[in-house]
Design a protein around this ligand. Structure first.
Ligand code: ATP
Ligand code: MG
Length: 409
């Protein structure tokens, strides 16, 4: 399921700027006027990345020199992070939005009309993380440009240093996937805990991406996990090939594909399976009053377009309607029943750590993001600890409770 919801919460953080940004240096580096930088700071578009929790190992001082863009500014994407260090700067560019094909055939023809072939990769369902080395430390940035302590800890464990030692100027963009996942837990992949799958490698500062095949080669050389590559197809073959892949992925509950220009000049587009769409709805309708309405609406519309493009028979259409209806109504009914019976509904997720210190840092991080949670006592598994987290969906609980007491909508 996508991270849009988390992303919204993250943007609601009210960071404070207590380490001074070198405005003159930043203006020079970003090729902006000093007054523009000041304006961005005043309007809280350029915000200090909050990192209090890390003071334990002096990271506080270190990470507090990061500033994130809460909105796109000129050519700098939302979620970009400006790192100030020893009088010099680095910019980790925000990960660009990927547009969606609603009707696969026409979208491919229209969007990729200037090229001959497209490459198809699996779209994995987890959460987006950009991993970079800043002054010898690996940091994992969320979509909004925050440094997630859990993801950073996992990235430091999962990725060997050699890639960054030899390529300090590169950013690994990938999906954090697996069950020990506080944002999008899934056990549909062959991942025991949490793993990082690379789908892009970009340069710091200008954000220039590696060409697709060069990126796959480079990731392979360092033994990094990568998203599955399904092949490169001519534009004539692509619609049928991708439809075939989508039907297969749907059967195993996987999410879909991202279709890319191998030269990475034209922006990629995404296309997803109905099953994953319904799984998203099923999860979201449990917490119907906490999730944004666009989230539901866009997913219902997708079903309409896919059904038309696939020219479905009456029987197939009935199956789709039933599936869509069930993924909306059943979880919601379950939630209403629970609240009516006096149980609070919550989203159950879990994290796995080696160092228990990370748990309290992560707890504080979520608190700062106004995510209401209950952390369970750590259970040890092997040389690690598993911590279960209940995310309380206050709004759905309150709304349902008041409806049960007879209040009007
Ligand atoms: P966006 O703003 O990019 O649409 P979103 O939060 O709405 O993001 P999604 O609908 O999940 O997210 O689609 C885009 C995301 O898919 C990317 O941000 C990335 O995290 C994820 N992704 C998974 N696999 C791939 C892949 N092979 N190539 C590119 N992105 C991928
Ligand atoms: Mg996603």
């Amino acid at each position: 399921m996508k991270t849009a919801h988390t992303f919204q919460i993250m943007n609601a953080i009210s960071d404070t700027v207590d380490i001074k940004l070198d405005i003159e240096g930043a203006a020079d580096y970003l090729n902006m006027s000093q007054s523009k930088i000041k304006r961005l700071l005043d309007r809280k578009i350029l915000l200090q990345v909050w990192y209090e929790g890390w003071s334990r190992d002096r990271s506080q001082q270190f990470f507090q020199r990061f500033f994130r863009f809460d909105k796109s500014v000129s050519k700098i994407e939302q979620g970009s992070v400006l790192c100030q260090r020893n009088g010099s700067f680095e910019l980790i560019r925000g990960f660009p939005k990927i547009q969606r094909a609603m009707l696969l055939g026409p979208a491919l023809e229209n969007h990729f009309s200037k090229i001959k072939t497209v490459a198809v990769e699996e779209k994995m369902n987890g959460y987006n993380v950009r991993v970079a080395d800043i002054g010898g430390r690996i940091a994992a940035f969320t979509r909004g440009g925050l440094i997630c302590p859990y993801s950073t800890d996992r990235a430091q464990n999962l990725l060997k240093r050699d890639f960054f030692d030899q390529h300090p100027d590169l950013v690994l963009c990938g999906e954090m996937v697996g069950p020990d996942n506080p944002y999008v837990p899934k056990d549909i992949y062959d991942v025991e805990s949490l793993d990082f799958f690379v789908f892009d490698i970009r340069h710091k500062n200008n954000g220039k991406p590696y060409l697709l095949h060069e990126r796959r080669k480079l990731a392979n050389e360092y033994g990094l996990n990568q998203v599955t590559f399904f092949g490169e197809f001519s534009l004539d073959d692509a619609p049928d090939e991708i439809t075939r892949i989508i039907r297969k992925l749907g059967k195993v509950q996987h999410e879909g594909v991202v279709i890319k220009d191998p030269q990475m000049k034209i922006a990629p587009i995404k296309y997803t399976c109905s099953q994953s769409n319904c799984a998203d709805l099923q999860h979201a309708f449990k917490f119907y009053n906490d999730v944004g309405r666009d989230y539901f609406f866009s997913r219902v519309v997708r079903e309409g377009f896919q059904s038309v493009e696939w020219n479905e028979s009456e029987a197939e259409l009935q199956k789709r309607c039933l599936q869509l209806g069930e993924s909306i109504l059943r979880p919601m009914i379950e939630s209403i029943k629970q609240v009516k019976d006096g149980t609070r509904i919550a989203d159950n997720v879990q994290i796995r750590v080696r160092d228990l210190g990370i748990v309290s840092i992560y707890q504080e991080y979520l608190r700062r993001l106004s995510v209401d949670t209950i952390f369970s006592e750590p259970e040890s598994i092997g040389d690690e600890y598993l911590v279960k987290i209940k995310k309380i969906n206050q709004s759905t609980n309150d709304k349902t409770e008041s409806m049960c007491k007879g209040e009007l909508w």
